[in-house]
Design a protein around this ligand. Structure first.
Ligand code: FVH
Length: 284
C-alpha cells in the first residue's frame, strides 16, 4: 500500500533511502538543508518541501538521516511532531537515541531509532540490514513500508538498542579490519602478493576462527573461561613473538599492541591458564 513518507537529509544515504521508497511505489516528501540535493529526487517523482516542518506535516512517518544527532534535533526543532512517527536513521550513541526518543515523545510523537548496516548502494538490495528499536506497536505499524529498504530487525522497545548493536557490529568490523591491515602489511613487506594471500588464506582462516566465537560468547555468559586450546600464557608468548617479528620485518605492529597489552595484564593478574574469552573481564 502506498504511504506518504517524509525524508529529511538527502546526503548519500538519505538519497538512497528516498530513491528506494519511491521505487517501491510510495509517495515521498523530501527536504535537505541545501535544497539542490533534492532536485534529482523531485525529477523522479518526490515532492520537495520548503522546510523540514512542512515535510513532517505532509506524512505520518518521517525518516531523518543526517550527519549526527545534533543535526537531527536541529532539523526536527520547530516541526509539529504530535501524532507523527519519527524514525531516526542517523548514526549515534545509545544515550543520544534515548534522549531523542524522550524529546520526540515530549512533543507528542512516536520515536523509532535505527542503525543502517549497509552502505548507500546496498539499500534496497539483498544483504542490507536495518536494526530498529522503539515501541513494538510503532515498528509494526511501519514495518511493511520500511521493508523495501533493507531486511528489518526489531531489537526491542528501548530506543538505545539499535545504536548499541550498530556500534557493536562496527566494533567487530574495525577489529577485523585492523587484523587485515597488519597481516597485509606483513605480507607486502616481503613483496608477496597481498590479494592472493587474502583470498586463499586469510579470509578462510578468519571464517574458521569466527565460527568459534558463538562458543566463546557462551563461556562469557557463564563466566567460565577454562580452555582446552591455547591459554592466555601461550597467547602472551605468541603475541610477544609476533611483535618482535613485525619489528624485524620493518612493519609497525601498532594495531596489535593493545591486544598484547591486555593479554599481558590478564596473565599478570594470575589468569594465564584461562582462554581468550576471559579477556572480556579486563574490558569491563
Ligand atoms: N554512507 C554510509 O555508508 C553510512 C552507512 C551507515 C549509516 N551512515 C550514517 O547515515 C547518516 C548520513 O550519512 P550520509 O552518508 O548520508 O552522509 P552525507 O552524504 O555526508 O550527508 C550528510 C547529510 O546531513 C546533512 N546535515 C549535516 N549537518 C546538518 C545540519 N547541521 N543541519 C541539517 N542538515 C545537516 C547534510 O545536509 P547538506 O550538507 O547537504 O545541506 C546531508 O544531507 C550519518 O549519520 C552516517 O553515519 C551512513
Amino acid at each position: 500500500m502506498s504511504e506518504n513518507i517524509a525524508v529529511l537529509g538527502l546526503g548519500l544515504m538519505g538519497t538512497a533511502l528516498a530513491e528506494t521508497l519511491l521505487a517501491a511505489g510510495h509517495r515521498v516528501t523530501v527536504w535537505n538543508r541545501s535544497s539542490a540535493k533534492a532536485d534529482a529526487l523531485v525529477a523522479k517523482g518526490a515532492t520537495r518541501a520548503a522546510t523540514a516542518a512542512e515535510a513532517v506535516a505532509a506524512a505520518p512517518l518521517t525518516i531523518v538521516c543526517v550527519l549526527d544527532y545534533e543535526a537531527a534535533r536541529a532539523v526536527l526543532d520547530g516541526a509539529d511532531l504530535a501524532g507523527r512517527t519519527v524514525l531516526n536513521l542517523t548514526n549515534g550513541r545509545p544515550a543520544e537515541a534515548r534522549a531523542t526518543g524522550e524529546w520526540v515523545n515530549g512533543r507528542g510523537g512516536d520515536y523509532l531509532d535505527g542503525g543502517i548496516m549497509a552502505v548507500p548502494y546496498m539499500i534496497g538490495r539483498p544483504g542490507a540490514l536495518i536494526l530498529y528499536s522503539g515501541p513494538r506497536d510503532v515498528f509494526d505499524r511501519h514495518e511493511a513500508t520500511l521493508k523495501p529498504l533493507a531486511e528489518p530487525r526489531h531489537l526491542g522497545e528501548d530506543p538505545g538498542l539499535a545504536p548499541l548493536y550498530d556500534l557493536a557490529l562496527l566494533t567487530g568490523m574495525y577489529g577485523q579490519i585492523a587484523g587485515f591491515l597488519e597481516a597485509a602489511a606483513l605480507i607486502a613487506a616481503e613483496g608477496r602478493p597481498v590479494r592472493e594471500f587474502t583470498e586463499t588464506l586469510l579470509v578462510p582462516w578468519l571464517h574458521a576462527m569466527a565460527s568459534a566465537q558463538p562458543r566463546w560468547a557462551e563461556d562469557m555468559e557463564r563466566g567460565d573461561y577454562a580452555t582446552e586450546v591455547s591459554n592466555l600464557e601461550v597467547n602472551r608468548v605468541g603475541l610477544g613473538n609476533l611483535v618482535i617479528a613485525f619489528e624485524e620485518q620493518g612493519v609497525k605492529p601498532d594495531l596489535l599492541l593493545p591486544m598484547k597489552e591486555i593479554v599481558e595484564r590478564r596473565v599478570a593478574r594470575g589468569h594465564g591458564a584461562e582462554g581468550l574469552p576471559g579477556l572480556i573481564e579486563e574490558l569491563r
